[in-house]
Unconditional design. Structure first.
Length: 146
């Protein structure tokens, strides 16, 4: 039942999320990554990007919140676990103040007893930009009741 539900999903988009200065600052404080191109408007303006940009890892970490919106609750699921990535590419910088959203498409689903392993092709799109911020193959595991 749950495997069929996942296989039946088409490409799905999350809502838009703002990556404003306060969120970027909070991420910098949490990770101790205070690189000036993320936080200092002068350093951002002098950078190759011409403005402050969000951390790539902040952008990547937003996939969790986005996935809660697009991946349905599965009947009999005991836990959902982040298993990792087969690839991640940071394609375009995200200017601070931009909005981003996730695009999820199931690429492969493996059934191993009471476990489902989903391989998602994901992209994080930047509002009003032609290139995505990142593309990745994300693997999640669903631990199901036996």
């Amino acid at each position: 039942m749950s495997a069929e539900l996942l296989r039946g999903l088409g490409p799905r988009h999350s809502d838009w999320f703002a990556l404003g200065a306060a969120r970027v600052q909070a991420f910098a404080d949490a990770t101790e990554d205070w690189q000036p191109i993320h936080l200092d408007p002068g350093a951002g303006a002098a950078s190759p990007f011409g403005t402050c940009v969000a951390h790539g890892f902040l952008t990547l970490s937003m996939l969790s919140a986005m996935s809660y919106q697009v991946v349905p609750d599965l009947p009999g699921m005991r836990a959902s676990v982040n298993y990792g990535f087969d690839r991640i590419r940071f394609v375009a910088p995200v200017p601070v103040g931009s909005r981003i959203r996730g695009r999820f498409e199931l690429a492969q689903l493996d059934e191993e007893g009471p476990r489902l392993t989903a391989h998602w092709d994901v992209a994080i799109e930047i509002d009003n930009k032609p290139k995505p911020a990142l593309i990745a193959r994300w693997i999640t595991r669903f631990e199901m009741e036996e």
